[in-house]
Write a protein of this length. Structure first.
Length: 167
């Protein structure tokens, strides 16, 4: 579980949009995974099992608060993200892209994180989110359109972000 935790936390961060909520969600997910360890099938993917569990816990939390899609999000500027100190132009571009990603509807944001950040195939992301692969593809295409349409012309003209990762 230690090897999966950093990725689980990033996924929780994409779900919640806030660092403290991501911490809580990741901890609750780990606790639930320990409690339900007997249901985990050895030989399967622990990370996928835990991501699915985190998603269910978060959806239950949203339902209990009666929060609807898109509500409760904070601007990316307010999120305390770790800076690995790349050059300033890269920082500005990455911040712009992250801001765009965090502004996407929750379903698109989850799809982007699983496929483009975590490196899952469309099929694996669909299994994690328990939706058809075509829905993943549609969400990613819509997310790409939104992100590239907001980028400067010289950047978006060459952007084929994530295309061809559907294996």
């Amino acid at each position: 579980m230690n090897a999966v935790f950093p990725r689980l936390w990033r996924y929780c961060m994409s779900l919640t949009g806030q660092r403290d909520w991501a911490d809580d969600l990741a901890q609750v997910t780990c606790l639930r995974a320990i409690e339900q360890a007997s249901k985990f099938q050895p030989g399967t993917h622990l990370d996928r099992w835990m991501f699915r569990m985190a998603q269910r816990v978060w959806l239950n939390e949203l339902r209990s608060r009666k929060v609807r899609m898109g509500a409760g999000q904070v601007p990316v500027e307010d999120v305390d993200l770790i800076d690995t100190k790349p050059d300033s132009e890269t920082n500005i571009f990455a911040r712009d892209v992250l801001s765009q990603v965090m502004g996407l509807p929750e379903a698109q944001r989850q799809s982007v994180l699983l496929v483009y950040v975590e490196g899952y195939s469309y099929k694996d992301a669909a299994e994690i989110m328990e939706i058809p692969i075509g829905t993943i593809m549609s969400r990613l295409a819509a997310a790409r359109r939104v992100i590239t349409s907001s980028m400067p012309t010289e950047v978006s003209a060459g952007a084929t972000v994530g295309e061809g990762t559907g294996t």
